[in-house]
Design a protein around this ligand. Structure first.
Ligand SMILES: [Fe+2]
Ligand SMILES: [Fe+2]
Length: 253
């Protein structure tokens, strides 16, 4: 029996349009569970408008987390109006402030996570995959032993990509996708007729840009023989995040 591995999946923090009280509640939650959280995965949109102060605030938050981090950028983390920067060096500020925490690959003895950078400079909202990223994930995942759990983390949903690119990622046979962007949490199978891959989407964890639901995050525990995925929603009344849906899935291996 090996120890459970747990990660918290946050997304769409949107510093610049943040609920400060909810950020405090999130920090308190993570502090309480810090002994159990092995990794924090943040799937983009750290800022509202990619302003320096927003990145500084985001950096302060992520630096305060006492667990290893895995982060990918979102469409709000590249300049929107400064077209010069947007096309020539879109990730300049993201790398300046969050670069030390950014990575696109994590692997240990139980799981492998690849982070796809999906921002499309030609679109305000839609995503894309680069040929380089696709080649890279194919090379990495080709070497991952079959018994390990393969996770693909990105800001945009896979459905926002070109069909041929989607198919190449699906051919890698991942166990699940983590994404954000839509500010709507969900856990579902990607295909109607197969359990895997699973889609695990996080809503916005701290932003006031909530759409159809309150602030949320996901908490995933990988155990021998199965995965537990909990969706946490913020409770204004209790001033904390609480689980509103738990999904337990046996592993196929
Ligand atoms: Fe967002
Ligand atoms: Fe987004």
């Amino acid at each position: 029996m090996s120890e459970p591995f747990s990660f918290i999946h946050l997304s769409d923090l949107h510093f610049g349009r943040i609920h400060c009280d909810i950020l405090r509640d999130l920090e308190a939650f993570i502090e309480r569970r810090k002994e159990e959280i092995d990794l924090a995965i943040l799937t983009g949109d750290f800022t509202q408008r990619a302003r320096s102060q927003e990145f500084k605030d985001a950096r302060e938050f992520v630096s305060s987390l006492s667990c290893p981090l895995f982060i990918v950028p979102g469409n709000h983390d590249v300049p929107l109006y400064n077209l010069f920067l947007r096309f020539l060096s879109p990730y300049k500020k993201f790398m300046k402030y969050l670069g030390p925490f950014a990575q696109n690959y994590y692997e240990d003895d139980r799981l492998a996570i690849y982070g796809l950078w999906t921002v499309d400079n030609f679109s305000v909202k839609d995503g894309r995959l680069s040929s380089k990223d696709l080649r890279c994930i194919e090379e990495r995942f080709a070497k991952v032993p079959a018994e390990k759990i393969k996770i693909v983390a990105s800001h945009h949903p896979l459905e926002a990509m070109k069909k041929e690119h989607m198919d190449r990622v699906l051919d890698l046979d991942p166990h699940f996708f983590l994404w954000g962007h839509e500010h709507q949490s969900q856990v579902r199978s990607y295909h109607d007729d197969r359990k895997f891959p699973l889609v695990v989407a996080s809503g916005t964890s701290t932003s006031s840009r909530t759409r159809a639901e309150v602030n949320s995050f996901n908490y995933v525990t990988v155990m021998d023989g199965g995965i537990r995925i909990e969706i946490y929603h913020h409770s204004e009344k209790k001033r904390t995040f609480e689980p509103i849906r738990v999904t337990e899935i046996p592993l196929r291996h």
